[in-house]
Write a protein that binds this ligand. Structure first.
Ligand SMILES: [Fe+2]
Ligand SMILES: [Fe+2]
Length: 156
């Protein structure tokens, strides 16, 4: 039989693995925002530095929610973050964050559909709430960089 979309249908096991990828990305975001909020220098960046400290606490709340969902599905939440890039340059830090937020949004958009496909409507609802905050993070970073918020699209 030819490979069709049905052949790649989501399973609970696959969802656990994908959520663990999301959790590793949330840890990465916590670490990046803790570091960048303190390292960011320059009068032009002081507002955004304060905002990055707020993002750090929001990413922690996301990590707790995602870990809770993984446990609910019978999986083991990962303890390993995705790697974090560092920089001395304010603009570079903001661009790293922007790229990470784009990736996070792309993935969560797909996760909402996958949770719905498994009839896990409460999980998709929770991820929608996280998504709203990630989109706010994206807007804050784009504004600080003086660009329009990019459309991240959706993961495969
Ligand atoms: Fe997050
Ligand atoms: Fe975020």
């Amino acid at each position: 039989m030819p490979k069709t979309a049905a052949a790649t249908t989501i399973t609970r096991k696959k969802l656990i693995d994908l959520l663990n990828g999301d959790l590793a990305r949330e840890y990465q975001a916590i670490i990046a925002y803790v570091n960048y909020s303190q390292v960011l220098k320059g009068a032009a960046y002081m507002n955004i530095a304060d905002e990055l400290a707020v993002h750090a606490t929001e990413e922690l709340a996301h990590a707790l929610a995602v870990a809770n969902h993984i446990d609910y599905l019978g999986g083991m939440p990962t303890v390993i973050p995705k790697p974090v890039k560092t920089s001395e340059k304010a603009e570079e830090m903001l661009r790293f964050d922007l790229e990470n937020e784009k990736e996070t949004i792309r993935e969560y958009r797909r996760r909402v559909k996958q949770c719905d496909e498994l009839n896990e409507f409460a999980l998709s609802e929770s991820i929608r709430e996280i998504l709203m905050q990630e989109q706010d993070h994206l807007i804050a970073l784009a504004t600080a960089l003086g660009i329009d918020p990019p459309n991240p699209g959706i993961a495969d």
